[in-house]
Design a protein around this ligand. Structure first.
Ligand code: ARG
Length: 259
């Protein structure tokens, strides 16, 4: 199913939930971790006012790596390539129902040319899932996050930080608070065991456990390793499922157009 349809379906259920027509099961907590009162200065909520079902129109995350450049997931923005100025990056807003922080319009969208989608057990598998948004004006007053370099390593078991405004479990669809969690990097071999050929270690890296994971609407958000942007939240089979870690775009091998 095309991504925007899948999103519409998610959104329709979110609408039912907020209207109180169906009840949400108790949320366990991004999954795991805790709320973050003050977002990291470089963390962006990516959204569009047209996506009115979610507060602030948010549907993905992103990270400011240069004054006009935000790294996010290709699958978040590919379908909006023709209309970049519908998109905005919002900084400094922990609670999406508020109006604080600053929103900056997007001027153009670069999508990794080899981005493509396949399927694993009904989930969309994202390949080469990275995009760069160019903002309509530079954000000069915010600290940017350094990108991992080409030689950057992803040692299994090492702690990584993830952030997002996404759902706190597979069934809680109404979260609008920023959450963060520290989760372990997962060895490529374990990830291949889970996902077979769908996992490609050349452009993907796994992280997380049943205790901590990203989930829907966290896509495009950062995976931070040793203070550097090392990955982008991309896909998984469900959220926080036993044996199915989250899959992140492995950024080290990519050359991004940041000039
Ligand atoms: N594809 C999801 C999104 O668009 C992100 C899924 C990440 N899932 C996970 N279990 N780590 O927001």
């Amino acid at each position: 199913m095309p991504l925007f349809l899948r999103r519409l379906a998610t959104v329709a259920s979110a609408a039912l939930l907020s209207a109180g027509l169906v009840s949400a099961p108790a949320a366990h907590a991004v999954v795991g971790g805790g709320t973050v009162a003050v977002p990291p200065p470089w963390l962006a909520a990516i959204g569009t006012p047209a996506f009115f079902i979610r507060p602030s129109g948010q549907f993905c995350g992103g990270a400011l790596v240069a004054p006009t450049k935000v790294v996010t997931a290709a699958h978040c923005v590919d379908f909006l390539r023709a209309v970049p100025n519908l998109l905005a990056a919002t900084f400094g807003r922990a609670d999406l129902s508020k109006k604080d922080g600053e929103s900056v319009q997007v001027k153009s969208i670069w999508v990794q040319p080899n981005f493509r989608e396949t399927e694993f057990k009904g989930e969309t598998v994202e390949h080469h899932d990275v995009a760069v948004l160019t903002l309509s004006r530079p954000v000069l007053d915010r600290v940017t996050v350094p990108l991992i370099d080409r030689a950057g390593q992803y040692p299994p078991g090492a702690p990584a930080q993830v952030y997002g405004w996404g759902t706190t479990s597979e069934t809680d669809l109404v979260n609008d608070r920023l959450r963060g969690a520290t989760i372990p990097l997962v060895a490529d071999a374990r990830c291949s065991a889970a996902y077979g050929d769908s996992f490609d270690h050349r452009d993907m890296v796994c992280a997380g456990s049943t205790h901590g994971d990203t989930c829907q609407f966290d896509s495009g958000g950062p995976l931070i390793v040793q203070g550097r942007l090392a990955g982008v939240t991309s896909w998984a089979y469900g959220c926080a499922r036993e044996g199915y870690p989250g899959v992140y775009t492995r950024l080290a091998p990519f050359t991004l157009p940041l000039a």
